[in-house]
Ligand binder design. Structure first.
Ligand code: LLP
Length: 404
Protein backbone atom coordinates (compact mmCIF):
# COMPACT_ATOMS: atom_id res chain seq x y z
CA UNK A 1 0.00 0.00 0.00
CA UNK A 2 2.18 2.79 -1.30
CA UNK A 3 2.52 5.38 -4.05
CA UNK A 4 4.03 4.44 -7.39
CA UNK A 5 4.61 7.25 -9.87
CA UNK A 6 2.26 9.40 -7.76
CA UNK A 7 -0.65 6.93 -7.84
CA UNK A 8 -1.73 5.25 -4.62
CA UNK A 9 -1.82 1.48 -4.93
CA UNK A 10 -3.65 -1.01 -2.76
CA UNK A 11 -1.83 -4.31 -3.15
CA UNK A 12 -0.60 -3.38 -6.59
CA UNK A 13 -3.87 -1.88 -7.89
CA UNK A 14 -4.31 1.82 -8.47
CA UNK A 15 -7.02 3.35 -6.28
CA UNK A 16 -8.19 5.37 -9.28
CA UNK A 17 -8.77 2.21 -11.31
CA UNK A 18 -10.86 0.73 -8.50
CA UNK A 19 -12.87 3.94 -8.22
CA UNK A 20 -13.49 4.05 -11.95
CA UNK A 21 -14.61 0.44 -12.13
CA UNK A 22 -16.69 0.23 -8.95
CA UNK A 23 -17.64 3.87 -8.40
CA UNK A 24 -17.34 5.75 -5.10
CA UNK A 25 -17.63 5.83 -2.13
CA UNK A 26 -15.85 2.50 -2.03
CA UNK A 27 -14.50 0.36 0.79
CA UNK A 28 -11.36 -1.63 -0.07
CA UNK A 29 -9.53 -4.09 2.14
CA UNK A 30 -6.13 -5.66 1.65
CA UNK A 31 -6.07 -9.36 2.49
CA UNK A 32 -2.29 -9.19 2.63
CA UNK A 33 -2.47 -6.63 5.43
CA UNK A 34 -5.05 -8.68 7.36
CA UNK A 35 -2.79 -11.73 7.11
CA UNK A 36 0.21 -9.67 8.20
CA UNK A 37 -1.72 -8.35 11.22
CA UNK A 38 -2.78 -11.84 12.26
CA UNK A 39 0.78 -13.08 11.92
CA UNK A 40 2.14 -10.21 14.02
CA UNK A 41 -0.53 -10.73 16.64
CA UNK A 42 0.19 -14.44 16.87
CA UNK A 43 3.93 -13.87 16.91
CA UNK A 44 3.69 -11.39 19.78
CA UNK A 45 1.67 -13.83 21.87
CA UNK A 46 3.43 -16.99 20.67
CA UNK A 47 4.64 -18.02 24.10
CA UNK A 48 1.11 -18.07 25.51
CA UNK A 49 -0.51 -19.72 22.47
CA UNK A 50 -3.92 -18.03 22.79
CA UNK A 51 -7.20 -18.76 21.06
CA UNK A 52 -7.82 -15.66 18.95
CA UNK A 53 -11.52 -14.92 18.45
CA UNK A 54 -12.01 -12.10 15.96
CA UNK A 55 -14.48 -9.48 17.24
CA UNK A 56 -17.12 -9.73 14.51
CA UNK A 57 -18.53 -6.28 15.33
CA UNK A 58 -15.37 -4.71 13.90
CA UNK A 59 -16.14 -6.09 10.46
CA UNK A 60 -18.89 -8.67 9.93
CA UNK A 61 -18.42 -9.13 6.18
CA UNK A 62 -19.13 -12.75 5.28
CA UNK A 63 -16.13 -13.23 2.99
CA UNK A 64 -13.82 -11.58 5.48
CA UNK A 65 -15.10 -13.83 8.28
CA UNK A 66 -14.58 -16.84 6.04
CA UNK A 67 -10.97 -15.74 5.58
CA UNK A 68 -10.56 -15.26 9.35
CA UNK A 69 -11.80 -18.81 9.87
CA UNK A 70 -9.42 -20.15 7.23
CA UNK A 71 -6.57 -18.35 8.96
CA UNK A 72 -7.39 -20.21 12.16
CA UNK A 73 -9.31 -17.56 14.06
CA UNK A 74 -12.47 -18.07 16.08
CA UNK A 75 -15.13 -15.41 16.62
CA UNK A 76 -16.34 -13.15 19.39
CA UNK A 77 -20.00 -12.35 18.79
CA UNK A 78 -22.45 -10.07 20.57
CA UNK A 79 -25.79 -10.87 18.94
CA UNK A 80 -27.64 -13.75 17.34
CA UNK A 81 -27.02 -12.07 13.98
CA UNK A 82 -23.27 -12.11 14.46
CA UNK A 83 -23.41 -15.67 15.76
CA UNK A 84 -25.38 -16.87 12.72
CA UNK A 85 -23.03 -15.00 10.40
CA UNK A 86 -19.92 -16.50 12.05
CA UNK A 87 -21.36 -20.02 11.79
CA UNK A 88 -22.36 -19.43 8.18
CA UNK A 89 -18.83 -18.28 7.43
CA UNK A 90 -17.61 -21.68 8.59
CA UNK A 91 -16.25 -20.77 12.00
CA UNK A 92 -16.58 -23.80 14.26
CA UNK A 93 -18.89 -23.45 17.30
CA UNK A 94 -16.05 -24.55 19.58
CA UNK A 95 -14.17 -21.39 18.61
CA UNK A 96 -17.02 -18.95 19.25
CA UNK A 97 -17.53 -16.87 22.39
CA UNK A 98 -20.66 -14.83 23.04
CA UNK A 99 -20.33 -11.53 24.93
CA UNK A 100 -22.79 -8.73 25.71
CA UNK A 101 -24.84 -7.30 28.58
CA UNK A 102 -28.28 -7.96 27.16
CA UNK A 103 -28.49 -11.35 25.52
CA UNK A 104 -32.17 -12.23 25.14
CA UNK A 105 -33.65 -15.66 25.88
CA UNK A 106 -34.04 -16.19 22.15
CA UNK A 107 -30.33 -15.50 21.59
CA UNK A 108 -29.27 -17.67 24.52
CA UNK A 109 -31.41 -20.63 23.38
CA UNK A 110 -29.84 -20.45 19.93
CA UNK A 111 -26.30 -20.25 21.32
CA UNK A 112 -26.92 -23.14 23.71
CA UNK A 113 -28.36 -25.30 20.93
CA UNK A 114 -25.30 -24.57 18.79
CA UNK A 115 -22.92 -25.69 21.57
CA UNK A 116 -20.62 -22.73 21.28
CA UNK A 117 -17.41 -22.59 23.29
CA UNK A 118 -18.53 -20.03 25.86
CA UNK A 119 -21.32 -17.74 26.84
CA UNK A 120 -19.69 -14.97 28.83
CA UNK A 121 -22.38 -13.80 31.23
CA UNK A 122 -22.42 -10.25 32.53
CA UNK A 123 -24.92 -10.40 35.41
CA UNK A 124 -26.51 -12.70 37.97
CA UNK A 125 -29.83 -12.34 36.11
CA UNK A 126 -28.23 -13.59 32.91
CA UNK A 127 -26.73 -16.56 34.78
CA UNK A 128 -30.19 -17.46 36.10
CA UNK A 129 -31.65 -17.23 32.59
CA UNK A 130 -28.91 -19.46 31.13
CA UNK A 131 -29.51 -21.95 33.94
CA UNK A 132 -33.26 -21.95 33.28
CA UNK A 133 -32.74 -22.67 29.57
CA UNK A 134 -30.03 -25.27 30.26
CA UNK A 135 -32.39 -27.14 32.57
CA UNK A 136 -35.12 -27.10 29.94
CA UNK A 137 -32.69 -28.32 27.29
CA UNK A 138 -31.27 -30.91 29.72
CA UNK A 139 -27.76 -29.63 29.12
CA UNK A 140 -24.81 -28.46 31.15
CA UNK A 141 -23.86 -25.16 29.55
CA UNK A 142 -20.31 -23.81 29.46
CA UNK A 143 -20.20 -20.29 30.79
CA UNK A 144 -17.76 -17.54 31.57
CA UNK A 145 -18.24 -14.65 33.95
CA UNK A 146 -17.25 -11.19 32.85
CA UNK A 147 -15.46 -9.16 35.45
CA UNK A 148 -15.77 -5.39 35.69
CA UNK A 149 -12.28 -4.64 37.04
CA UNK A 150 -12.95 -0.93 37.58
CA UNK A 151 -9.95 -0.07 35.44
CA UNK A 152 -9.63 3.10 33.39
CA UNK A 153 -8.57 2.09 29.86
CA UNK A 154 -7.33 5.65 29.18
CA UNK A 155 -9.08 5.73 25.85
CA UNK A 156 -12.08 7.62 24.49
CA UNK A 157 -14.79 7.78 27.12
CA UNK A 158 -17.37 6.42 24.64
CA UNK A 159 -15.43 3.19 24.14
CA UNK A 160 -14.29 2.56 27.72
CA UNK A 161 -15.97 -0.46 29.26
CA UNK A 162 -14.01 -1.43 32.35
CA UNK A 163 -14.91 1.22 34.93
CA UNK A 164 -17.44 0.74 37.67
CA UNK A 165 -19.76 3.34 36.14
CA UNK A 166 -19.90 1.33 32.88
CA UNK A 167 -22.70 -1.17 32.29
CA UNK A 168 -20.33 -4.04 31.49
CA UNK A 169 -19.36 -7.04 33.60
CA UNK A 170 -19.82 -7.95 37.22
CA UNK A 171 -18.04 -5.94 39.93
CA UNK A 172 -15.34 -7.70 41.93
CA UNK A 173 -17.41 -7.69 45.13
CA UNK A 174 -20.33 -9.56 43.48
CA UNK A 175 -18.27 -11.84 41.28
CA UNK A 176 -17.23 -14.20 44.08
CA UNK A 177 -20.86 -14.80 44.95
CA UNK A 178 -21.74 -15.46 41.28
CA UNK A 179 -18.83 -17.88 40.91
CA UNK A 180 -19.99 -19.77 44.00
CA UNK A 181 -23.51 -19.97 42.62
CA UNK A 182 -22.34 -21.35 39.25
CA UNK A 183 -20.05 -23.90 40.91
CA UNK A 184 -23.06 -25.31 42.74
CA UNK A 185 -25.32 -25.45 39.70
CA UNK A 186 -26.16 -28.76 38.02
CA UNK A 187 -26.74 -27.04 34.69
CA UNK A 188 -23.83 -24.62 34.49
CA UNK A 189 -20.22 -25.45 33.82
CA UNK A 190 -17.94 -22.59 34.87
CA UNK A 191 -15.09 -22.43 32.40
CA UNK A 192 -13.92 -18.89 32.01
CA UNK A 193 -13.12 -15.57 33.62
CA UNK A 194 -13.52 -12.82 31.05
CA UNK A 195 -12.72 -9.14 30.98
CA UNK A 196 -12.59 -6.35 28.39
CA UNK A 197 -11.78 -2.81 29.47
CA UNK A 198 -12.22 -0.84 26.27
CA UNK A 199 -11.08 -0.24 22.75
CA UNK A 200 -8.25 1.62 20.98
CA UNK A 201 -5.96 1.24 24.00
CA UNK A 202 -2.44 2.46 23.34
CA UNK A 203 -1.04 2.52 26.84
CA UNK A 204 0.16 -0.64 28.55
CA UNK A 205 -0.63 0.50 32.13
CA UNK A 206 -4.41 -0.11 32.03
CA UNK A 207 -3.83 -3.70 30.94
CA UNK A 208 -1.32 -4.13 33.77
CA UNK A 209 -3.92 -2.84 36.25
CA UNK A 210 -6.62 -5.07 34.79
CA UNK A 211 -4.36 -8.13 35.09
CA UNK A 212 -3.77 -7.32 38.74
CA UNK A 213 -7.51 -7.54 39.40
CA UNK A 214 -7.74 -10.77 37.36
CA UNK A 215 -4.99 -12.30 39.45
CA UNK A 216 -6.70 -11.19 42.67
CA UNK A 217 -9.96 -12.79 41.55
CA UNK A 218 -8.25 -16.06 40.69
CA UNK A 219 -6.62 -16.12 44.11
CA UNK A 220 -9.81 -15.25 45.94
CA UNK A 221 -12.04 -17.74 44.13
CA UNK A 222 -9.40 -20.48 44.23
CA UNK A 223 -11.11 -21.69 41.07
CA UNK A 224 -9.18 -23.24 38.20
CA UNK A 225 -10.62 -21.40 35.22
CA UNK A 226 -9.96 -23.40 32.06
CA UNK A 227 -10.00 -20.15 30.10
CA UNK A 228 -9.12 -16.56 30.81
CA UNK A 229 -10.65 -14.34 28.14
CA UNK A 230 -8.87 -11.00 28.10
CA UNK A 231 -11.06 -9.41 25.41
CA UNK A 232 -9.61 -7.11 22.78
CA UNK A 233 -8.93 -3.40 22.73
CA UNK A 234 -5.42 -3.30 21.33
CA UNK A 235 -5.01 0.12 19.73
CA UNK A 236 -3.66 0.92 16.29
CA UNK A 237 -1.64 3.80 14.88
CA UNK A 238 -4.31 6.04 13.33
CA UNK A 239 -2.00 9.06 13.41
CA UNK A 240 0.86 7.27 11.63
CA UNK A 241 3.16 8.32 14.44
CA UNK A 242 4.30 4.85 15.42
CA UNK A 243 2.03 4.81 18.46
CA UNK A 244 0.54 1.41 19.02
CA UNK A 245 0.17 -0.94 21.95
CA UNK A 246 3.28 -2.94 22.75
CA UNK A 247 1.93 -6.47 22.39
CA UNK A 248 5.18 -8.12 23.50
CA UNK A 249 5.07 -6.27 26.80
CA UNK A 250 1.43 -7.25 27.26
CA UNK A 251 2.31 -10.87 26.50
CA UNK A 252 5.02 -10.86 29.20
CA UNK A 253 2.60 -9.53 31.81
CA UNK A 254 0.05 -12.21 30.94
CA UNK A 255 2.66 -14.90 31.20
CA UNK A 256 3.20 -14.04 34.84
CA UNK A 257 -0.40 -14.99 35.58
CA UNK A 258 -0.01 -18.27 33.76
CA UNK A 259 2.92 -19.45 35.86
CA UNK A 260 0.53 -20.35 38.67
CA UNK A 261 -2.63 -20.95 36.60
CA UNK A 262 -2.51 -23.12 33.55
CA UNK A 263 -5.54 -21.49 31.90
CA UNK A 264 -5.84 -21.08 28.12
CA UNK A 265 -5.87 -17.42 27.12
CA UNK A 266 -8.56 -16.14 24.76
CA UNK A 267 -8.31 -12.79 22.97
CA UNK A 268 -11.09 -10.97 21.15
CA UNK A 269 -9.26 -8.48 18.93
CA UNK A 270 -11.11 -6.59 16.24
CA UNK A 271 -9.43 -3.34 15.33
CA UNK A 272 -5.83 -4.61 15.62
CA UNK A 273 -6.59 -7.37 13.10
CA UNK A 274 -8.44 -5.42 10.44
CA UNK A 275 -8.34 -1.67 11.16
CA UNK A 276 -5.39 -0.66 9.02
CA UNK A 277 -6.29 -2.98 6.14
CA UNK A 278 -9.17 -0.82 4.92
CA UNK A 279 -9.52 2.35 2.85
CA UNK A 280 -12.55 4.37 1.92
CA UNK A 281 -12.07 5.83 -1.55
CA UNK A 282 -14.12 8.94 -2.19
CA UNK A 283 -14.52 11.49 -4.95
CA UNK A 284 -14.68 15.25 -4.48
CA UNK A 285 -18.08 16.45 -5.66
CA UNK A 286 -17.55 20.17 -5.15
CA UNK A 287 -15.05 22.53 -3.60
CA UNK A 288 -16.70 25.45 -1.89
CA UNK A 289 -14.84 28.48 -0.67
CA UNK A 290 -15.83 29.18 2.91
CA UNK A 291 -14.79 31.66 5.55
CA UNK A 292 -11.03 31.16 6.04
CA UNK A 293 -11.24 27.61 4.67
CA UNK A 294 -12.37 25.59 1.69
CA UNK A 295 -14.96 22.87 2.07
CA UNK A 296 -13.91 19.74 0.22
CA UNK A 297 -17.31 18.14 -0.31
CA UNK A 298 -16.87 14.40 -0.72
CA UNK A 299 -19.27 11.75 -1.95
CA UNK A 300 -18.55 9.78 1.27
CA UNK A 301 -20.39 10.90 4.37
CA UNK A 302 -20.93 10.14 8.04
CA UNK A 303 -23.36 7.37 7.09
CA UNK A 304 -20.43 5.58 5.38
CA UNK A 305 -17.93 6.27 8.16
CA UNK A 306 -19.37 7.30 11.51
CA UNK A 307 -16.25 7.38 13.66
CA UNK A 308 -15.29 11.04 13.16
CA UNK A 309 -18.85 12.24 13.84
CA UNK A 310 -19.43 9.86 16.73
CA UNK A 311 -16.12 9.99 18.58
CA UNK A 312 -14.29 12.88 16.99
CA UNK A 313 -11.96 10.18 15.69
CA UNK A 314 -9.16 11.13 13.37
CA UNK A 315 -8.63 9.19 10.15
CA UNK A 316 -5.79 10.22 7.87
CA UNK A 317 -6.82 11.47 4.44
CA UNK A 318 -4.46 11.02 1.50
CA UNK A 319 -4.75 11.85 -2.20
CA UNK A 320 -5.19 9.04 -4.73
CA UNK A 321 -2.85 10.94 -7.03
CA UNK A 322 -0.03 12.94 -5.53
CA UNK A 323 1.09 16.34 -6.81
CA UNK A 324 3.70 18.73 -5.52
CA UNK A 325 1.46 21.80 -5.27
CA UNK A 326 0.69 22.60 -1.63
CA UNK A 327 -2.28 24.79 -0.88
CA UNK A 328 -2.18 27.74 1.49
CA UNK A 329 -5.87 27.24 2.20
CA UNK A 330 -7.21 25.15 5.05
CA UNK A 331 -9.27 22.23 3.77
CA UNK A 332 -12.27 20.92 5.62
CA UNK A 333 -13.25 17.47 4.31
CA UNK A 334 -16.99 17.03 4.67
CA UNK A 335 -19.77 14.82 3.34
CA UNK A 336 -23.09 15.78 1.74
CA UNK A 337 -25.25 14.92 4.79
CA UNK A 338 -27.42 17.61 6.27
CA UNK A 339 -25.72 18.19 9.57
CA UNK A 340 -22.50 19.82 10.63
CA UNK A 341 -21.18 16.66 12.32
CA UNK A 342 -20.74 15.27 8.81
CA UNK A 343 -17.10 16.21 8.77
CA UNK A 344 -14.02 14.02 8.48
CA UNK A 345 -11.04 16.29 9.04
CA UNK A 346 -9.72 19.84 8.88
CA UNK A 347 -6.25 19.93 7.39
CA UNK A 348 -3.62 22.55 6.65
CA UNK A 349 -0.91 22.24 4.01
CA UNK A 350 -2.68 19.54 1.98
CA UNK A 351 -1.83 19.28 -1.70
CA UNK A 352 -3.96 21.37 -4.01
CA UNK A 353 -7.18 19.56 -4.83
CA UNK A 354 -9.76 20.03 -7.54
CA UNK A 355 -13.28 18.82 -8.13
CA UNK A 356 -13.53 15.14 -9.21
CA UNK A 357 -10.17 14.32 -7.57
CA UNK A 358 -10.08 11.14 -5.51
CA UNK A 359 -8.95 10.85 -1.91
CA UNK A 360 -8.61 7.91 0.46
CA UNK A 361 -9.65 7.85 4.08
CA UNK A 362 -7.28 5.48 5.90
CA UNK A 363 -7.60 2.80 8.57
CA UNK A 364 -11.32 2.19 8.11
CA UNK A 365 -11.20 -1.63 8.16
CA UNK A 366 -12.65 -1.78 11.69
CA UNK A 367 -15.90 -0.10 12.70
CA UNK A 368 -16.17 1.53 9.28
CA UNK A 369 -18.71 -0.42 7.27
CA UNK A 370 -20.04 -2.07 10.45
CA UNK A 371 -21.17 1.28 11.85
CA UNK A 372 -22.52 2.53 8.53
CA UNK A 373 -26.19 3.33 8.01
CA UNK A 374 -28.71 4.48 5.45
CA UNK A 375 -29.04 7.93 7.01
CA UNK A 376 -30.36 10.46 4.48
CA UNK A 377 -31.42 7.36 2.51
CA UNK A 378 -27.94 6.89 1.18
CA UNK A 379 -27.16 3.38 -0.10
CA UNK A 380 -24.34 1.50 1.61
CA UNK A 381 -21.15 1.31 -0.38
CA UNK A 382 -19.53 -1.54 -2.30
CA UNK A 383 -16.82 -3.45 -0.45
CA UNK A 384 -13.83 -4.97 -2.22
CA UNK A 385 -11.24 -7.41 -0.97
CA UNK A 386 -7.91 -7.25 -2.77
CA UNK A 387 -6.10 -10.54 -2.76
CA UNK A 388 -2.72 -10.63 -4.53
CA UNK A 389 -3.87 -8.06 -7.10
CA UNK A 390 -7.15 -9.93 -7.60
CA UNK A 391 -10.28 -7.93 -6.88
CA UNK A 392 -13.21 -9.60 -5.20
CA UNK A 393 -16.52 -7.80 -4.69
CA UNK A 394 -17.45 -8.89 -1.17
CA UNK A 395 -20.51 -6.69 -0.84
CA UNK A 396 -22.43 -4.99 -3.60
CA UNK A 397 -23.52 -1.39 -3.32
CA UNK A 398 -27.12 -1.24 -2.09
CA UNK A 399 -29.48 -0.46 -4.91
CA UNK A 400 -31.53 2.68 -4.64
CA UNK A 401 -34.56 0.80 -5.87
CA UNK A 402 -34.32 -1.57 -2.87
CA UNK A 403 -34.03 1.34 -0.49
CA UNK A 404 -36.90 3.23 -2.04
N1 LLP B 1 -14.57 -7.87 23.05
C1 LLP B 1 -15.58 -7.15 23.56
C2 LLP B 1 -16.39 -7.72 24.65
C3 LLP B 1 -15.87 -5.87 23.04
O1 LLP B 1 -16.86 -5.16 23.55
C4 LLP B 1 -15.08 -5.37 21.97
C5 LLP B 1 -15.35 -4.05 21.39
C6 LLP B 1 -14.03 -6.16 21.47
C7 LLP B 1 -13.81 -7.41 22.04
C8 LLP B 1 -13.16 -5.73 20.33
O2 LLP B 1 -12.41 -4.61 20.64
P1 LLP B 1 -11.23 -4.09 19.66
O3 LLP B 1 -10.11 -5.10 19.69
O4 LLP B 1 -11.78 -3.95 18.31
O5 LLP B 1 -10.84 -2.78 20.25
N2 LLP B 1 -17.15 1.51 17.56
C9 LLP B 1 -15.97 1.84 18.34
C10 LLP B 1 -15.38 0.64 19.01
C11 LLP B 1 -16.34 -0.08 19.91
C12 LLP B 1 -15.76 -1.32 20.51
C13 LLP B 1 -16.79 -2.10 21.21
N3 LLP B 1 -16.32 -3.31 21.78
C14 LLP B 1 -14.96 2.55 17.44
O6 LLP B 1 -15.25 2.75 16.25
O7 LLP B 1 -13.91 2.96 17.90
Amino acid sequence: MTYKLNDFLIDGIKAKILAKKYSTPLYCYSLKKIKENIKNFQKSFKSIDPLVCFAVKANPNKIILRQMGKLGLGADVVSIGELMRALKAGIKPNKIVFSGVGKTSHELIYAIKKNILLINAESKSEILEIERIAKKEKKKVKVGVRLNPNTDAKTLIQISTGKKENKFGIPEKDLLHVVKYIKNSKYLDLKCLSVHIGSQILDHTPYEKMLKVVRRIINKTKFKFEYIDLGGGMGIDYENKNRRLNLNKYSKSIKKILIKNKSKIIFEPGRSIIGNSGFLISKIIYIKEGHKKDFIILDAAMNDLMRPALYNANHRIIPANKNKKKTKRTYEFVGPICESTDKFSTLKGFQKLKEKDLILICDVGAYGMSLSSNYNLRPKSTELLINKSKIQVINKRQRLKDLI
